[in-house]
Design a protein around this ligand. Sequence first.
Ligand SMILES: Nc1ncnc2c1ncn2[C@@H]1O[C@H](COP(=O)(O)OP(=O)(O)OP(=O)(O)O)[C@@H](O)[C@H]1O
Ligand SMILES: [Mg+2]
Length: 294
Amino acid sequence: MDQAEQLRNVIKQKSKEAPPNCARVVTVTSGKGGVGKSNVAVNMAVWFRKMGKRVLIFDADLGLANVEVMLGAVPEYNLSDLIYRGKSIREIITPGPMDIGLISGGLGISGLNNLSKDQILYLVHSLSELNELADIIVIDTGAGISDSVLEFVMASPEVLLVSTPEPSSLTDSYSLLKALYRNPIFYKDRVRINIVANKVGSSEEGKAVYARLNAVVSQFLKGSIYFLGMIPQDREMEAAVRSQRVVSVERPNAPSSRAFQVLANNYINNENKMISVHGGIAQVLMNFLSRIGN
Ligand SMILES: Nc1ncnc2c1ncn2[C@@H]1O[C@H](COP(=O)(O)OP(=O)(O)OP(=O)(O)O)[C@@H](O)[C@H]1O
Ligand SMILES: [Mg+2]
């Protein structure tokens, strides 16, 4: 049996055993780098916590450890320690501010396609334990149309696509959407894509980000995307980032913090509109693995 076939068998078997209560999984991504993904992930996590939800952030960015830096957290372990060095899922969670748990993918992400069947089973089993520890799992990804980012997006039931009004960000967002929709294994009915307009100068500018992307997606890709909301360009947020603080924690009344609160509320209120995916984070990983195993 080759690796791809093994994966498919594991997935078939595991899908049948999916637990009924799964954490909601949302993947934050963007076409262009530096548009605010990690800030969106962290600040939404803060508001989810303020609403009483248990939250985990999974840092799946292969490059710089964005979320760690933002939270001023120093994770002792990452996903590799779980896969290769026998650490348990609870051991690799670093506690962040407000009890937000952080799981660092580290180099564990890049090795995912070379795992043995036993390692995959262990990983999937470990990730399904997260359903007991969290209500919402936020995955922060790197930017751009790299294969691993696309695979994460395609594997996730819900996606936040962060875009700014800058023409280059809009173009790159559109390229990402095009790459997704044109991918033969992207099932548009299984992934809800929500647009977050960041660094906007006005409400009109924020709405225009969505309107432009939606126009091209509906016209040329025959798809539907949704508008989750917008965050203004905010000096208080820049200052918070510079001092490795989270604006929604330090300055909950800053314009960006208020906007993140609205975004988090919109997200929670969307619950009944979400596309249900049984198996939560474990299913996301299995979807991911089944694709890279092909
Ligand atoms: N609404 C905003 N107002 C002001 N500054 C912002 C805003 N959103 C993001 N920034 C600034 O933009 C920079 C990049 O933000 P962030 O690290 O969240 O982006 P990213 O998309 O995660 O980047 P990367 O692609 O490198 O992972 C940060 O310095 C942050 O302070
Ligand atoms: Mg980032």
